[in-house]
Write a protein of this length. Structure first.
Length: 589
């Protein structure tokens, strides 16, 4: 939908008009508007012989388990295996599908008519292969190519000839169509396709690029790295929300990151186990897509993580020049936690506004190296250290626990909002408690009842008390209960009013115990305890294939925490027991 279809007059008018309105962009599923929360899917493997059906299925299940309802097939990748689409059908994930053209332009124009015919037949084959999948709701021609010219005359015209049952879009992103589609549905109407030249209902970005070390992306000699704004607290205020108001759709945004030590160590020689590669820095001449002269292996692994770590944990928290297993583990851990915090704050700010799409760049990694994903590389036939379908990074746990749930509550400096993306109205009992990061003592900040209209996109605001605990030494836990559903928990969040670098964290010690018996569902319990203080972002990692019921959480010394390890396939208890490790922020400074 691109117009205000809550208005009966608009619906009547749109039935006889063509093109795209500038009201907004959102999807309706079975008539209901949805907030599209999800990610961009890139190929999970470059070597076709390594592609595996179970790994592709497991990846989609991980997306659904993190509360994603939308995935975009990026136009710089491939048409994916059948099992990927079938699993999206099964779990109810909406697919926004690019044709496989990226920003470099239509190469067939240089190669000649034969290549044009090959692409014509390929597109027809792929649409015929995939169009029976109900998960695919929209086709577009390309990634970041505008969609005009050859893309509308050839690509989307071919798509429309093959499948006129779905919405058609010029490109990702795009302001939409001037002609060629029914206005109400964006389905092709048989007229010639022309792209609009104005409008801003869909966007890509922001992208948080790490910098501070010479690399092929983001950093060169003489570059003075600027730290990110941690947005703690978020900058937000009440605005009208809902499909009846002008809205936006963000189909890409993200933060660059590395993967875990387990994933990355097998692709690097031990002398290079460090985010600066344990070698002299390369000479990289520009900030993006640069030419790097030298032999530093980490210069070729996407963006560095220096500024990302410094923003949240301070300059000098950890030696980024250090090399070795312990040093590399710490650098990678802080990098992945920082990515999770960047996206957490960005999503909470987005969801305070009238946004109907937040798709991460990106879901998965194509290789165990620097990237943007919330899931690590997940090939089952790759090198030792990878988890089939992708190990969950801390960001993926954040999405599952709070920021991608239907109900989210977050706070700016003096006020908080409850966003309801459910189809029914919500009477919410919201409780905010503070916890001292030094000794774990807790106190009630506010308990209030908030009424929120039916979503998607409905929000209600309430004020915080004028006397709040000291931001520097506290974190805030928000619990949202549905009063009309036996006070069932429908939302949970940890709100940070300042970055961890400003907190007075003590040197806590975390221990854990794995249960001796397996649960009936195949999972196994792990009990964690903290002594001597609060442990921030407690993160478990293992070589066993699976995920944890929660991770990257805050552990108080006043109570233990029991979580489950959930296997991907059969439980390998021996590997879990022998390789399970735990870390938290104060392990590394």
């Amino acid at each position: 939908m691109t117009g205000n279809d809550t208005d009966a007059d608009y619906r009547t008018r749109a039935l006889s008009e063509e093109g795209t309105e500038s009201h907004g962009m959102f999807f309706r599923v079975n008539g209901a508007a949805i907030f599209s929360r999800g990610a961009n899917m890139i190929p999970m493997e470059e070597l076709e012989g390594r592609m595996d059906a179970f790994a592709h299925r497991r990846l989609v299940l991980s997306a659904a388990e993190a509360n994603m309802n939308t995935m975009r097939v990026w136009g710089g990748g491939i048409f994916l295996p059948e099992i990927w689409y079938a699993t999206c059908d099964e779990v109810g994930i909406v697919v926004y599908h690019d044709m496989q053209y990226s920003t470099g332009g239509p190469h067939y124009q240089q190669i000649g008519p034969l290549y044009t015919q090959i692409q014509y037949e390929e597109m027809r084959h792929q649409i015929r292969r995939l169009s029976h999948h109900p998960s695919i709701v929209i086709w577009d021609s390309c990634n970041e190519c505008n969609g005009a010219g050859i893309y509308s005359a050839f690509v989307t015209t071919t798509v429309a000839e093959e499948d006129d049952s779905r919405s058609l879009w010029p490109s990702c992103p795009s302001p939409g169509w001037a002609t060629g589609v029914h206005k109400l549905t964006q389905q092709p109407n048989g007229n010639k396709l022309f792209v609009k030249t104005t409008g801003a209902i869909e966007s890509h970005g922001p992208y948080f690029h790490g910098g501070g070390f010479p690399a092929v992306n983001g950093g060169h000699h003489g570059f003075n790295p600027a730290l990110f704004d941690p947005m703690m607290p978020i900058y937000a205020s009440a605005v009208p929300t809902g499909p009846q108001y002008t809205s936006t759709f963000t189909s890409e945004f993200g933060a660059s990151v590395f993967s875990s030590f387990e994933s990355m160590q097998s692709t690097l020689s031990p002398e290079h186990w460090g985010v600066h590669g344990g070698a002299p820095a390369d000479n990289c001449t520009v900030e993006f897509a640069s030419d790097c002269t030298g032999n530093n292996t980490m210069a070729q692994r996407n963006y560095p993580c220096d500024t990302t770590i410094m923003t949240f944990f301070g300059n000098g928290t950890i030696d980024l020049d250090a090399v070795g297993e312990q040093a590399f583990k710490g650098q990678l851990y802080l990098c992945t936690i920082a990515q999770a915090l960047i996206i957490k704050q960005q999503l909470e700010q987005m969801r305070s506004s009238n946004i109907f799409g937040s798709l991460l760049w990106q879901l998965n990694e194509i290789w165990p190296t620097g990237g943007w994903g919330s899931l690590e590389y997940g090939s089952p036939t790759g090198t030792v250290g990878q988890v089939i379908g992708g190990r969950w990074k801390p960001l993926h746990y954040f999405l599952s626990r709070s920021t991608f749930r239907n109900v989210l509550c977050s706070c700016a400096s003096t006020a908080c909002y409850v966003r309801n993306d459910n189809l029914t109205p919500l009477t919410a009992n919201v409780t905010i408690t503070s916890m001292s990061v030094t000794d774990g003592t807790e106190g009630l900040v506010i308990s209030t009842t908030v009424d929120v209209a039916a979503g998607a996109g409905a929000t209600s605001w309430f004020d915080l008390p004028s006397l709040m605990p000291d931001y520097t030494n506290h974190v805030f836990f928000v619990t949202v209960l549905d009063v009309n559903d036996d006070n069932k928990e429908v939302g949970f969040n940890t709100v940070f009013m300042t970055a961890p670098v400003n907190m007075d964290l003590t040197k806590a010690s975390v221990t854990f115990e794995i249960a001796s018996t397996v649960n009936s569902d195949g999972s196994v319990d792990i009990t964690a305890n903290s002594t001597n203080g609060v442990a921030m972002f407690v993160t478990f990692t293992t070589l066993a294939h699976g995920r944890f019921s929660d991770n990257a959480f805050i552990l108080s010394p006043l109570r233990s925490r029991t979580l489950q390890f959930i296997p991907f396939g059969d439980l390998d208890l021996a590997t879990l027991t022998s390789t399970l490790r735990v870390e938290h922020v104060r392990d590394y400074y």
